[in-house]
Design a protein around this ligand. Structure first.
Ligand code: UDP
Length: 338
């Protein structure tokens, strides 16, 4: 049985499906503050290879909540997503982030050690690198996070190194670049309230009553003046977690990998792709730069390809298409009050 913390959220839910398809039984642990019970119910209805999905509502900040999961289930390994992840909020309210992300993870690791569970795949981020010294960013790039969110993730990576040395707890840390898209069968997708990410915000603006899309910053030193990011498809990303789990199962040592495509797209390019995929002329408002946005973030993904055998396959257009299908479903359900 694999424990997935934060399995009711965007990245976690797609990973639950990938784990199920790979033949694992899964127990989801989520406090449903940002995750959705509707997502859990959808996941529980997925039948794949006779595998089981269970759900426990609980909070990592309560040690007893997470300990009870290990008492109830025979956990073999953990995939850990549960975290706050909004950069601006993390700077305004660092206490919230240190308690939830760092202290919460320490409770999880405590419960793991107590129950002799020694493998974890951890959701880390390109934000641990901070302002890049060079791009594409490889895993040897210095980690100098410039916001509290990135700092919490780096602290956890460091804690995991110490726990490996002292207790033999092995980890794989996956450093995500910009995650995009939704389940290709449109069962789950990105569902944040409020939404801050580029692709869902462009797509949401196409629905009646949606806010006009705001483009933050058109004077960056990039090809067209807008920020360049590396958009990695959510299903490709989820597959990397399954490979990381297998890597640990086969005795792989503690490691860390970038998850990205090795390619960058500007905000303007993403915007045009959204117009093409939706077939709509989308209105936009040019705004000043958003604080803390580096001009360019692109992953060097060679290490994950070589060491994990990971092959990201899906294009930006495929991510936008699935994200759009999901936005249509979400908007329809909200309208219907489902
Ligand atoms: N962005 C934008 N309008 C939005 C949301 C994002 O122009 O409504 C820009 C943002 O300034 C950044 C890029 O899109 O340059 C990607 O932002 P996102 O929040 O999706 O991901 P991040 O790179 O911050 O993790």
């Amino acid at each position: 049985m694999i424990l997935v913390t934060g399995g009711a959220g965007y990245i976690g839910s797609h990973n639950v499906i990938a784990l199920l398809n790979a033949g694992y039984d899964v127990v989801i642990f989520d406090n449903l503050e940002l995750g959705h019970i509707e997502t859990v119910n959808t996941l529980k209805n997925i039948v794949s290879k006779g595998k089981v999905i269970d759900f426990i509502k609980g909070d990592l900040q309560n040690l007893s909540d997470i300990e009870s999961v290990f008492e109830k289930y025979q956990i073999d390994a953990v995939v850990h997503f549960a975290a706050y992840s909004q950069v601006a909020e993390s700077v305004k309210n660092p206490q919230k982030y240190y308690f939830n992300n760092v202290y919460g993870t320490m409770n999880l690791l405590c419960a793991m050690l107590k129950n002799d569970v020694k493998r974890i795949v951890f959701s880390s981020t390109a934000a641990t690198y901070g302002e890049p010294d060079y791009v594409p960013i490889d895993e040897n790039h210095p980690q100098k996070p410039i916001n509290t969110y990135g700092k919490t993730k780096l602290m956890i990576e460091n804690i995991m190194d110490d726990y490996d040395k002292a207790y033999g707890l092995r980890s794989v840390r996956l450093r995500y670049f910009n995650v995009a898209g939704a389940d290709s069968q449109n069962r789950v997708g990105e569902w944040h309230e409020p939404e801050t990410h580029l692709i869902p915000n462009i797509l949401k603006s196409t629905f009646s009553g949606g806010k006009t899309f705001q483009m933050f910053g058109t004077d960056y030193p990039t090809k067209d003046g807008t920020c360049v990011r590396d958009y990695i498809n959510i299903e490709d990303l989820a597959n990397a977690h399954v490979l990381a789990l297998k890597y640990l199962e086969h005795g792989g040592s503690t490691n860390y990998f970038n998850l990205g495509t090795n390619e960058g797209n500007s905000v303007k390019e993403v915007f045009v792709s959204c117009e093409n995929v939706t077939g709509k002329n989308i209105t936009l408002e040019e705004k000043p730069r958003r604080e803390g946005d580096p001009a360019t973030l692109i992953a060097d993904n060679k290490k994950a390809k070589t060491d994990l055998g990971w092959v990201p396959e899906k294009s930006l257009n495929e991510s936008i298409k699935t994200a759009y299908d999901w936005e249509c479903k979400l908007t329809e359900n909200i309208k219907l009050g489902v």
